[in-house]
Design a protein around this ligand. Structure first.
Ligand code: ZN
Length: 432
């Protein structure tokens, strides 16, 4: 650790880091396969992670609880049990062939904070609960219609029961309802009665997570304080319809070339992105799954159709709306000029989740007090924290530097960076 303070809590935290390293090592080893780390939602591997965390909670003499959706809760009682407590969490599952730290880092950080508080011998002012969340990464394992983030949305009362039947495991075909039941949990509790977690009972939700992009590593900064989780405007099945004609015989002015028109649209969107960035807007934009139909298209044909998808993300809802509208206008202009028709379909909109201003400024204070180098950073990826924001919880996120990206087995978080992020988290929790 680069920043040290003489407080007993800082010493207790340093002494608790080997516990964290041991948890990463044991859970990583026991949930690894040939592709990386694979903790499938509601699978034995996900349960292994929960079991190891539960064993650790028992050794720290924490209160242990669960909910009907398989989430686990480990609580260090506070001095005033009636006060709203802190909820610290992240997910225990992973993508197939993923890395060990995506999700798990946040749960282990919470456990490490509780271990340090126990070791320092001071009960916190209010309860602090660490939540190990199930099935955040469902989209990597299940097809069909669903919104992912199953554990958090179920506990917050945000998961429609219909998603349990429309989500199907890509390998086994089992529905999420069947899999949840087979894992020993109660899908009938989804969407029934009062949510398991109510915002009024908590001071806030705090999630530590590895950064999944390159920014912290590139800037040589160990810790990021998240401003917001970007929202998204997505068009999943866009088409450009032109006409298949002879590639040699048809002059330019007679063509309805779907590829050339699509390329112009993509280039225009890229230029707009540059302009928006120059004007200080927060925006990322991706065109993907871009293809012609190989069964119809051929070397000697002018391409008559392309398919693609469009993923626009921003911390600003207005920017999302503006870019989606602009894409439609560009498609119309280019289509008219190039004698093709674009069908972008409808955009699905996911609102940005802004982190709580009060918690963010507390974290900034903490980083300054503790001498931890940090920057403000938006989250491009989705996290359980966005569901807590949607449910009305004040939420905050701490990012920890991570190299080699994420959702792959090479993601790499230095334990000293983890210790700095966890120190900041523990500082916040100890403020009462
Ligand atoms: Zn994650």
């Amino acid at each position: 650790m680069t920043a040290r303070s003489p407080s007993p809590l800082a010493g207790a935290l340093d002494a608790s880091i080997p516990l964290a390293a041991g948890l990463f090592d044991e859970i990583g080893r026991r949930t690894a396969d040939t592709a990386g780390v694979s903790r499938e939602p509601y699978s034995p591997a996900e349960q292994v992670a929960v079991d190891i965390l539960t064993r650790t909670a028992r050794s720290l003499e924490l209160e242990i609880a669960g909910d009907p959706f398989g989430n686990c809760y480990f609580t260090l009682p506070g001095r005033e049990r009636g006060l709203p407590g802190w909820l610290v969490g992240s997910h225990v599952d992973s993508v197939p062939g993923g890395g060990n730290f995506d999700g798990l880092a946040g749960v282990v950080a919470g456990m490490t904070a509780l271990a340090a508080l126990r070791r320092a011998g001071s009960a916190p002012a209010c309860d602090i609960t660490v939540m190990g969340i199930r099935a955040e990464e469902l989209s990597s394992w299940y097809g069909g219609h669903h919104g992912g983030h199953i554990g958090s949305r179920a506990a917050l009362g945000l998961l429609p029961a219909a998603e349990l039947d429309s989500a199907a495991n890509s390998r086994t075909g089992r529905t999420l309802r069947e899999q949840m039941r087979a894992a020993g949990f109660d899908p009938t509790a989804v969407g029934r009665g009062t949510p398991h977690l109510l915002p009024g009972k908590f001071r806030g939700y705090v999630e530590l997570h590895i950064e999944q992009g390159p920014v912290l590593a590139d800037q040589r900064i160990p810790v990021g304080i998240v401003t917001a989780i970007r929202g998204a405007a997505r068009a999943r099945s866009c088409r450009c319809l032109g006409a298949y004609t002879h590639s040699g015989a048809v002059p330019h002015e007679y063509r309805s070339d779907a590829v050339m028109a699509t390329v112009e649209l993509v280039r225009e969107l890229d230029l707009q992105w540059e302009r928006a960035r120059a004007a200080g807007a927060d925006l990322v934009l991706t065109v993907g799954m871009l293809f012609t139909d190989g069964r119809v298209h051929a070397l000697t044909k002018v391409p008559g159709e392309t398919n693609f998808c469009l993923d626009i993300r921003s911390q600003s809802e207005a920017t999302l709306g503006d870019m989606a509208t602009l894409a439609g206008c560009l498609a119309q202009d280019i289509g008219a000029r190039r004698r093709v028709r674009f069908d972008l379909g409808s955009f699905s909109l996911q609102s940005p989740a802004t982190m709580d201003a009060g918690l963010r400024s507390q974290l900034l204070d903490g980083a300054r007090v503790l001498g931890i180098p940090h920057i403000d950073i938006p989250s491009g990826a989705g996290h359980d924290a966005q569901d807590f924001v949607q449910a009305g919880f004040p939420a905050a996120m701490i990012f920890v530097r991570n190299t080699h990206g994420s959702h792959n087995p090479d993601e790499a978080m230095d334990i000293t960076d983890f210790a700095l992020g966890t120190r900041l988290l523990t500082w916040l929790l100890a403020q009462g």
